[in-house]
Design a protein around this ligand. Sequence first.
Ligand code: ZN
Length: 467
Amino acid sequence: MKRKLSLFLMVMLVAMSACAKTKAPKYVFYFIGDGMGINQVMATQYYKSDVQGSLGWDRLCFTGFPYGGMVVTHSANNYVTDSAAAGTALASGQKTNNNVLGVLPDRKTKCESIAEMAHKKGYRVAIGTTVCIDHATPGVFYAHQASRDNYHQIGTELSQSGFEFFGGEDFHTPFDRKIEDEGNYVQAEKAGYTIVHGYDEYLEKAGSSDKIILFDKNPKEDHYCKFAIDRGEDDLTLSQITTAAIDFMMKDPKKGFFMMMEGGKIDQACHGNDAATVIKETLDFDEAIRIAYDFYLQHKDETLIVVTADHETGAMGLSNGNYRLNSKVLQYQNMSEGEFSAHLEKMGREIGDILTWEEVEQELKDHYGFWDKIRLSQKQTDLLRTTYVETFGMGPGELKAEEYYKVDKMSDEATRIISEIAQISWGTGSHSGGMVPVFAIGAGAEVFCGQLDNTEIPMLIKKIAKY
Ligand SMILES: [Zn+2]
């Protein structure tokens, strides 16, 4: 009897401690790496080790989280999703069709996001990204549109959301001539938002603002923050956005917060099959997560961090055959292919003439490490020379349109060749249906394990955080 009683007590104690452990987290971080499949993560870990000269893998901050699993990403109408449908699933737990943002496939019925649920419950909310703030992934957390291309209307819904913090490059389409209104900037200001450009201005004005929008200091023509590999001192970073968001959320720590931060450009680099840029972008995403992890260390029992991706991009492969991977050569590429292409174009303009092969060859040495640091086969050198003639032989040639930027044939070929030497293969310039990872740490994190559908992730967050 005595033994039975003590066993009963033990079971009760275990149950009670489990209950205490699953206390709803007051602070929730949701990180989404756009296009960050399993191989993007693995390539980054191998690369970290390879550049140190050892054969192994170096953990990232988020891959060190104790819980994790695999996520299925298909949309309502295809095995291969886009960011709008995948984002809707990750935000609201509802599948929708590709291109549709925050509504069901009927293009009308709204899917309430967990950010909206959290806000209704009184939590403060922050949404951040390295692309424009009305792009698909951030948009699904506060907007409901039949098409992800309705940038201006998504921007209008941003002002109506009442969320306390937004951070990103800029509005994509602040003015839309077809929709006559005062524009997204005026709408936001009328709704009580202070709009700041750059982290320094954030620091100046955050104290006196109730709601804030942090944009890039120098808005970019393409509406996206710079790739980590190309960034200058004044360019906004996801780490700055995350730091600012935490600071702004903690103006009223009693309320708790929900925060979604997107590494939005891993996808763009994958669309261009630009391996070095993908890896640097993933490392940059990890740095922003490290800031949340530091916060977690200060508030362990009250914080949950979930890191995942919306889909894989590029069907990135970790071998070209021959049982080899040689990612360390990617360290010598110091510009994204789009930036390199723009750099060549600018050089030509400044010289006022067609670039010679010798000039282009020097640029390839300086920015891809070709010949000086990386050995090229005769075939690869010949290919570059032929592509040079095709691209520059008759003056600047036509640009090839990648999904998010334009690139000349020559830069495209150089980027293909460095992937080939690194032994990284690409199956597509678009998205793939591959699984993506999920990692979690903190209060309630243990439920993020096994194979999950993307719709389950927000529903688990909702349950744990009691939204
Ligand atoms: Zn994409």
